[in-house]
Design a binder for this molecule. Structure first.
Ligand SMILES: [Zn+2]
Length: 352
């Protein structure tokens, strides 16, 4: 992976983007794509659209959601502690004892989220699964008044952001879902823009995926593509307790995952697989029999229908503080997407 591309990944991971509060990460995206996109626009929903050949009659949309799960300050306690709601799907157990950041109008504010220590839990409490409402954010304020000077109801909160490289080309960070998929989409456009493109390519940093796939729906309507590929993370199954009988064999480092099933256009799937084979890009195959909980879902049913594919990045510990991926997987996914858009002639027939 080139140094500039690696820097982009880290920058995306270290920039907050809870759903509904994506402007900081969209600033990073706009600055990066300015060097190679023919046109960069932002729609009223907040989606950033970087296009090559925007006037071409055949349009392909690459969707990578930029938003991450987070919390939203909902109440300031008499003693200055904060209570919060969730943005997106959390396992509250994952939050106990985490370092957090409250993104206030005056800047980032360090916080911790926890509950009382094990010594003080009753036997009954020890058996229970913790609920978010029984935890609190502690910013070190001495009083409600002090907290209110810093924090406003509706301020977003994230895990403390930070990227860590590990052995074997692996890395962990909060919000690999889906900063790494967003990275793939941007990097694919950059790589493809060096070649001769016969179609319009629209790389979209979509918003609000984590609260119902909303940005892909609005941006796809606006772009009106004939072809769409979403990039998002999928569960790696190469760790204990995950049932491969249903989820299949998905390993970190074995390449991007091409998903087959009714949410996908079979001609697109075969094109992706044959390009992976031809370009010697390691890849994996996964099955899903239902509408996907990611941007490929609204893409497929936009307007009169879009020929849709999903390229997924294996991810361990999704929606936690330590989401793990393989850097090789995202690098290869960007190659596969770039090869895909370069392969489009403008008169391919993707009707299933
Ligand atoms: Zn996601």
């Amino acid at each position: 992976m080139e140094a500039a591309a690696c820097d982009l990944l880290i920058k995306l991971l270290e920039t907050p983007s809870p759903s509904g509060f994506e402007r900081p990460i969209q600033d990073v995206v706009r600055a990066y794509v300015g060097d190679f996109a023919d046109r960069v626009t932002t729609d009223l929903h907040g989606n950033v659209i970087a296009a090559k050949n925007p006037e071409a009659p055949i349009r392909v949309m690459l969707a990578g959601h930029c938003d991450q799960i987070g919390l939203l300050v909902s109440h300031i306690h008499d003693q200055g502690f904060l209570h919060a709601q969730t943005i997106g799907g959390w396992d509250p157990q994952q939050l106990i004892g985490q370092r957090m950041t409250v993104w206030t109008a005056v800047g980032p504010l360090p916080a911790v989220i926890s509950r009382k220590p094990i010594h003080l839990l009753t036997d009954e409490e020890r058996k229970q699964v913790v609920k978010l409402e029984d935890m609190w954010l502690d910013i070190g304020a001495k009083s409600k008044d002090e907290a209110k000077e810093l924090v406003r109801i509706g301020d977003p909160v994230t895990l403390q952001l930070g990227y860590q490289e590990m052995r074997g080309g692996l890395a962990n960070s909060p919000a690999m879902d889906n900063k790494c998929g967003l990275w793939v989409v941007l990097e694919a456009l950059r790589r493809a823009s060096k070649g001769d493109l016969k179609v319009g390519v629209f790389a979209v940093s979509t918003v609000a995926e984590e609260i119902g796939l909303r940005g892909a729906q609005t941006s796809a309507f606006g772009i009106d593509p004939q072809i769409g590929i979403a990039v998002d993370v999928t569960h790696a199954t190469d760790c204990p307790t995950i049932d491969k009988r249903q989820r299949g064999e998905i390993n970190l480092g074995s390449g991007p995952v091409v998903v087959r099933g009714p949410n996908m256009n079979p001609v697109i799937v075969e094109r992706l697989l044959s390009l992976a084979q031809k370009n010697e890009i390691p890849h994996q195959l996964a099955a899903s029999g239902r509408a996907q909980p990611n941007d490929s879902n609204p893409l497929q049913i936009c307007r009169a229908g879009v020929a849709t594919g999903l390229v997924a990045i294996p991810n361990r510990y999704m929606h936690s503080a330590v989401e793990m991926i393989s850097l090789d997987d995202i690098d290869r996914a960007a190659d596969l997407l770039a090869a895909f858009v370069v392969s489009l002639t403008g008169d391919d027939d993707f009707r299933p």
